[in-house]
Design a protein around this ligand. Structure first.
Ligand code: 13P
Length: 282
């Protein structure tokens, strides 16, 4: 079934685990993520960025994930990742997305509060939960290159932001970056615990592809309840397709080479579900 993320994430917060949030780019990735969640009996979040939505439209992605959810035995959330405007958030809401992120983190604090509050007020009456962001996640996020000046979320600002906006869960800057890391990232796991104790809502880790599993596990123990993976799923899918085509250069049936892409994505997602601690929680 398709559900909103709030109850899943509050359960996760109380149970000391996180729900994996996986970016899907096509029908095959939706199928692979669902297969992984079912195999591990885990609740799961599937999400699309504005860049992905530009490729096919919210209706296409919603239809794919809704079809997956309708045949699944685990709870599935359809989430807008990095919503970049009020209009985009509303387009996803109207399409049936059950969770919306509005990312005003590049705006001055007051403007971020104003934008996030508007989205919360528009989504809550329909029972749709909202993720906001405060602080910076570095690297290349969707089509945008982030700036890398002080990326850390200020805990006092986080408290104020949550109180004034009414967001259901909050993405924080703790030293991660989107895309492929040049070195080994170092998540400020202590800061996560400080923010958790001040805001008392589920926290979200972005830019998790390439973060060592041990760091993710500590981040989850300290209050992260939603863990976002995107880049590594793209890499896994493409690896499967490339491997198949190099072993079978005459192949022309997408069902054949996409199958291997799906196998790679499923393997990756199953392992990350274990890292998040959400196996068996569906
Ligand atoms: P990665 O691409 O680094 O996994 O980041 C995912 C993410 O945070 C999506 O919002």
């Amino acid at each position: 079934m398709l559900v909103t993320a709030k109850e899943l994430l509050v359960d996760a917060m109380q149970g000391g685990y996180a729900v994996g949030a996986f970016n899907v780019e096509n029908m095959e990735m939706v199928m692979a993520v669902l297969a992984a969640a079912e195999a591990r009996k885990a609740p799961v979040i599937m999400q699309t960025t504005p860049g992905t939505i530009k490729y096919a439209g919210v209706d296409y992605y919603y239809a794919n994930v809704a079809a997956a959810a309708a045949r699944s035995s685990v709870p599935v959330v359809m989430h807008l990742d990095h919503g970049d405007s009020f209009e985009r958030a509303m387009a996803a809401y109207r399409a049936g997305y059950t969770s919306i992120m509005i990312d005003g983190s590049k705006l001055p604090m007051e403007e971020n509060i104003e934008l996030t509050s508007r989205v919360v007020q528009a989504c809550h009456p329909g029972g749709v939960s909202v993720e906001g962001e405060l602080g910076k996640v570095g690297g290349k996020e969707d089509d945008l290159i982030g700036d890398d000046d002080n990326p850390y979320t200020n805990p006092d600002e986080a408290k104020l932001f949550v109180e004034r906006t009414g967001v259901d869960y909050l993405a924080i800057g703790v030293g991660t970056a989107h895309g492929v890391y040049k070195g080994v990232p170092c998540v400020n796991t202590g800061l996560i615990a400080v923010i958790r104790d001040m805001v008392h809502i589920p926290l979200v880790l972005h830019g998790t592809s390439g973060v060592p599993d041990e760091q993710v596990a500590i981040a989850v123990r300290n209050g992260i309840c939603k863990v976002n993976y995107a880049t590594d799923l793209r890499i896994a899918f493409t690896k499967g397709v490339k491997d198949f085509i190099s072993a079978n250069p005459e192949a022309f049936d997408p069902k054949k080479y996409c199958r291997q892409g799906m196998t790679e994505v499923q393997k990756y997602v199953e392992q990350k579900i274990e890292v998040c601690g959400s196996a068996g929680k569906a």
